[in-house]
Design a protein around this ligand. Structure first.
Ligand code: IPD
Ligand code: CA
Ligand code: CA
Length: 258
């Protein structure tokens, strides 16, 4: 395993321990609102600190972009770690055991390492650029469905910006008519990891941030899939929108999003 991926895995596991402990004692956890339907708990913050501490022990000069602590420029700005310490906070708060830690490392703006860790199921999704993607050490691959009819797609609802629901519902209706079925599970990082593992055939969402998708984007690419914005460009990281899957699935979904 690449040494930087190894550190990312250790950091994700450290955060996972904090998250599972917090999940078991949920009633004691303080929750604050960051905006409409957007929550943060003390566990999100503790987990992010643990991740950054772990990485800084090995790479004290690197830079960070964390959902909870924002951007921190180190003396080395070529390396930036993008962190979502707890993706799926609403599930966490509600007691729904579906959330993950997401950590990506960018070098000169390119995603080099990615980890998505589901601490409840003990599922560790990892990828290094050019080296393929793994689930608990075993190679994973995206599915290659013959047509949209046989697909299960994942999506996210625009719950932080409900004014967008009308537009979303129009495309959802068109995509739903053509695919097999749709899931809204509440963790963008796991939605992408599941596409990488061939569990979901595709995924789309608008309103995502780089920390939701950076690690998952690499997982999908390294497992043989494609990741684009809603126009079909291959650089969705800062666009706030993402589509993932095989070329055929992306084509089928994009025609209803453009
Ligand atoms: C959210 C989850 C959710 C997605 C939102 C994200 P958070 O992340 O990934 O599935 O629909 O767009 O913001 O707030 O739980 O880290
Ligand atoms: Ca998130
Ligand atoms: Ca989060």
């Amino acid at each position: 395993m690449h040494p930087m991926l190894n550190i990312a895995v250790r950091a994700a596991r450290a955060a996972g321990t904090i998250i599972v402990r917090g999940f078991e004692n949920r009633s004691d956890i303080a929750t604050e609102s960051k905006g409409a339907n957007d929550f943060v708990t003390q566990i999100d913050k503790e987990a992010e600190k643990a991740i950054i501490n772990k990485i800084q022990q090995s790479y004290p000069d690197h830079s960070f972009l964390g959902e909870e602590s924002g951007e921190t420029a180190g003396s080395d700005t070529e390396y930036q770690w993008i962190i979502d310490p707890l993706d799926g906070t609403t599930n966490f708060v509600k007691g729904i055991p579906h959330f993950a830690v997401s950590i990506a490392l960018l070098h000169k703006g390119r995603i080099e390492q990615g980890v998505v860790f589901d601490p409840i199921r003990g599922e560790l999704f990892t990828a290094s650029r050019g080296q393929g993607a793994q689930l608990n050490g075993y190679r994973i691959r995206t599915s290659k469905p013959k047509d949209l009819q046989e697909t299960i797609l994942a999506t996210g609802l625009p719950f932080k910006n409900k004014a967008r629901f009308g537009e979303y519902a129009l495309s959802l209706n068109k995509i739903f008519q053509e695919c097999g079925d749709i899931r809204r599970a509440g963790s963008a990082a796991l939605d992408l990891a599941y596409v990488a593992a061939g569990r979901h055939d595709g995924y789309w969402e608008r309103g995502v941030k780089p920390w939701d998708t950076a690690a998952g984007e690499l997982l999908v690419r390294e497992s043989g899939g494609l990741v684009t914005d809603f126009k079909g460009n291959n650089d969705p990281l800062y666009k706030g929108e993402i589509v993932a899957g095989s070329a055929k699935v992306i084509q089928g979904v994009l025609k209803h999003l453009k």
